[in-house]
Write a protein that binds this ligand. Structure first.
Ligand code: GLU
Length: 519
């Protein structure tokens, strides 16, 4: 019988969620939705030494912001819980016992010192069939010895007994058949008596089985664990319902080789975390996509394309619903995907310009407030309307001057300051100012100010016909000098629109100021 598709995203709460983890969750989401299946949110917190307070809440908030919804799991409910591994000790104990009883696992008493000594003694020491009989465990020792140790309260671990010399096949949806020989797999620790907790491997397999997971879609870094997982499923007698694997390609550095790291982001100025993260121990703050001004739709769209694409003839811009339709796990790339942060900004631009001007206002208003400026929502909407399609200049990582579209609401500030603050000085070295302010400018501006003063209806419709007629009759071109007066440089929107925005009084004040300063 076809099983209902059930997938899971199973982070360990060891810090903020890396953007690669977000992509893993997104692919799980797309796959689940596409098959009418369920997406489970499980917290893998069996490594108590690496637990970071706040990480779980951070992860949940990230997905809320991104619009990636889970069907069950921590904070979402469901009838296969608890979904936090630290709350499932009883369950794991039962399954550890099963493996021990059936001879698939054994107790090992070797202390860390003894293990270290062995590593010093034998080059590339591995705890496996070739060495286990020379170690202190329930296979090498008598039952009496083992019982005595247990009675004395000695700590132990439970190790998986791997049979050597067998090819283990992992059937991966993305990579095809991946085969490794069991001889290179060590007798992995599955459980530690010291903290009465299983390790990742055991908990992961038991939970995927009990939660009826059908597909394990996760990062490539977990591929080396997969053969062991296959052996575990078999040892438990669950081979028939073993989930299918899909190991996603790595996210690579934008430049150079290797895995994308936080350092790359810091160096090139882009976040590697969805939300800003305040490290509870070091106090360090790491930037997040949300706080940087990215729209969640843009982040999701951009991430979806790191390792998959909808193929020829499909627009790169896709809503989550469109992606659900088009996504194809089997067409994911095997090769790592370079993290193109310039493209990320392009996506943000695309989504931003599709938003209504009013939707820019809250972020724009916040930006202005930070500059000590308060404006009405109407004024802010007006400025957005006039300026959102402008291009900004920036310097790239290699110090080249480049131009790009407005990608973030915060890009507006350097382009819009003059709407809210009159120029106080004029840079005579500036090419535009030098060329635009000529000998006759002061006089022309004085006369133009008289014309403007006579206009009662100071809207574009009111001002434009009067000034156009005067300019025609005078045979002059006052536009650039006028721009110098109102903006201070060669930037800004249509002059009539700007004048109407500033109003008659402010327009005339700025003109007078420029005449007095530049004359
Ligand atoms: N807890 C693992 C992680 O932190 C999950 C790996 C898996 O999905 O099997 O990514």
């Amino acid at each position: 019988m076809e099983r209902k598709v059930r997938v899971r995203f199973a982070p360990s709460p060891t810090g903020p969620l890396h953007i690669g983890g977000v992509r893993t969750a997104l692919y799980n989401y797309l796959f689940a939705r596409q098959h009418g299946g369920d997406l489970i949110f499980r917290i893998e917190d069996t490594d108590s030494g690496r637990f970071v307070p706040g990480a779980e809440e951070y992860i949940i908030e990230s997905f809320k912001w991104l619009g990636i919804k889970f069907d069950e799991g921590v904070s979402f409910g469901g009838n296969k819980g608890p979904y936090r591994q630290s709350e499932r000790r009883d369950i794991y104990r039962r399954y550890v016992k099963q493996l021990l009883d059936e001879g698939h696992a054994y107790l090992a008493f070797d202390t860390p010192e003894e293990l270290n000594a062995k590593r010093g003694e034998i080059e590339n020491f591995q705890y496996d069939a070739s060495t286990r009989m020379s170690m202190r465990n329930s296979l090498s020792m008598s039952k009496e010895e083992v019982d005595a140790l247990l009675a004395s309260g000695a700590q132990y671990v439970v190790r998986f007994k791997v049979t050597p010399g067998e090819d283990v096949h992992v059937d991966d949806i993305i990579r095809g058949d991946v085969t490794i020989n069991s001889s290179i797999i060590d007798d992995k620790v599955l459980y530690k008596s010291a903290d009465d907790l299983p390790t990742y491997h055991l908990a992961n397999i038991v939970d995927d089985h009990l939660m009826e997971v059908t597909h394990v879609i996760r990062g490539e870094e977990w591929l080396p664990s997969a053969p062991l997982h296959v052996l575990l499923y078999r040892a438990f007698g669950w081979a028939d319902t073993q989930p299918r694997f899909a190991h996603l390609p790595l996210l690579l550095k934008p430049v150079g080789n290797g895995k994308l790291s936080k350092r790359d982001g810091d160096k090139l100025g882009f976040p590697v975390f969805p939300l800003e993260w305040h490290d509870p121990v070091s106090g360090e703050v790491s930037s997040g996509y949300r706080e940087k001004g990215y729209l969640p739709e843009a982040v999701v769209n951009f991430l979806a394309l790191l390792g998959w694409n909808p193929g020829e003839g499909h627009d790169e811009l896709m809503s989550l619903d469109e992606m659900v339709q088009l996504f194809d796990l089997s067409k994911c790339s095997k090769n790592g995907a370079k993290f193109d942060y310039v493209k990320a900004a392009w996506f943000n631009h695309q989504y931003l310009i599709r938003r209504d001007d009013e939707e820019w206002v809250p972020a724009f208003d916040k930006l202005l407030k930070e500059q000590g400026i308060s404006a009405t929502a109407r004024q802010e909407t007006e400025v957005v309307r006039m300026m959102k399609s402008k291009v900004i200049e920036y310097v790239d990582g290699e110090n080249n001057k480049k131009k790009r579209n407005i990608s973030f609401v915060s890009d507006l500030w350097p382009l819009t300051e003059f709407f809210f603050r009159a120029p106080v000085s004029f840079d005579r070295e500036d090419k535009f100012v030098r060329k635009s302010w000529t000998e006759s400018s002061a006089d022309e501006m004085r006369r133009m100010a008289d014309v403007l003063a006579s206009v009662d209806d100071f809207t574009v419709e009111g001002v434009k016909p009067v000034v156009d007629a005067w300019v025609e009759q005078q045979g002059i071109k006052p536009w650039n000098a006028w721009r110098v007066c109102l903006v201070g440089k060669g930037q800004g929107p249509d002059m009539y629109e700007l004048a109407a925005f500033l109003g008659k009084e402010e327009t005339l004040r700025r003109m007078q100021y420029a005449i007095d300063t530049l004359c």
